[in-house]
Design a protein around this ligand. Structure first.
Ligand SMILES: NC(=O)c1ccc[n+]([C@@H]2O[C@H](COP(=O)([O-])OP(=O)(O)OC[C@H]3O[C@@H](n4cnc5c(N)ncnc54)[C@H](OP(=O)(O)O)[C@@H]3O)[C@@H](O)[C@H]2O)c1
Length: 256
């Protein structure tokens, strides 16, 4: 069977654990060469396991192509270095997944400015910086797919509050809007831009960090997001673009 991402090159941010790791491995299984980007080179906190080297090694053990690249997505110099390493290793960039994310599970009144700024910086500004850095390559080759990992927290209006905190919801709402604006700007360069939102809580190291065992009912494994991510990664602007949707919606609409 034809691999869906054969010959493509993908950068996945936040790929040291969680959904980023699952997508990086999933893309490699579909034939993509993958840049595994995140900050963790060694395991510092046993509650947040996973490093860029472990993910890259897992891909290599499966017979795939991957390079680990240490990158803090909030640092423009780091991001430029990551793009340079990708181009040096693989010669092109076809797919960017803006997956790196953090939340701060406290009410606004208990949110220090430093935490507010970090959440906005990682989830939203990080996506802007990584996108800006890959666009010249994608525009030149007139092909690309950018996927932003957003959240239903961005549109939770009934209760007004979400466990992941309002800063996180605000950042993800910004990411939704960023997706629409960017899709409109870069469609003429044949670049697709879409937003993927998990319909259910995904059982990742990051979510486990904040939740007690009894709160984990109904959570789904990170692999559950891979099919939709691969589908979006395979798009260009002649296909699906400018869409902000959950994995369940995408699966239903496109028979995934
Ligand atoms: N899990 C869910 O139910 C859920 C639901 C909706 C949306 N999402 C979104 O999906 C994405 C992945 O979530 P997850 O649950 O898999 O998260 P996770 O387990 O906490 O993993 C987050 C990843 O982001 C990386 N990261 C954090 N800060 C970074 C920075 N400054 N620079 C580079 N990488 C950074 C972490 O790696 P390092 O620490 O090694 O840097 C890690 O690999 C996030 O954007 C999240 O908001 C998740």
């Amino acid at each position: 069977m034809q691999m869906k991402l054969a010959g493509k090159v993908a950068i996945v941010t936040g790929a040291s654990r969680g959904m980023g790791k699952a997508m990086a491995v999933g893309f490699a299984k579909e034939g993509a060469s993958v840049v595994v980007a995140a900050r963790s080179e060694v395991e510092i906190d046993k509650n947040l396991p996973g490093t860029i080297y472990q993910t890259a090694q897992q891909i290599k053990d499966l017979g795939g192509n991957a390079i680990p690249v240490r990158c803090d997505v909030t640092d423009e110099t780091n991001v430029a270095g990551m793009v340079e390493k990708c181009l040096d290793a693989f010669g092109r960039i076809d797919i960017l997944v803006n997956n790196a994310g953090v939340a701060f599970h406290y009410p606004i009144v208990e949110t220090p400015l430093k935490r507010w700024e970090l959440v906005i910086k990682v989830n939203l500004t990080g996506a802007f910086l990584c996108t800006k850095a890959v666009l010249p390559s994608m525009m030149e080759q007139r092909l690309g797919s950018i996927i932003n990992l957003s959240s239903l927290a961005a549109e939770e209006r009934d209760t007004g509050t979400v466990p992941t905190g309002v800063a996180y919801a605000v950042a993800k709402a910004g990411l939704d809007r960023f997706t629409w604006g960017l899709a409109a700007e870069v469609g003429k360069y044949n670049i697709a831009v879409n937003c993927l939102k998990p319909k259910r809580v995904v059982d990742t190291e990051g979510m486990r960090f904040w939740a007690k065992e009894e709160e984990r009912q109904g959570w789904v494994p990170p692999d559950k997001m891979v099919k939709c991510a691969v589908f979006l990664a395979a798009q260009d602007a002649s296909g699906v673009t400018g869409v902000v949707a959950t994995d369940e919606e995408l699966s239903q609409w496109h028979g995934l």
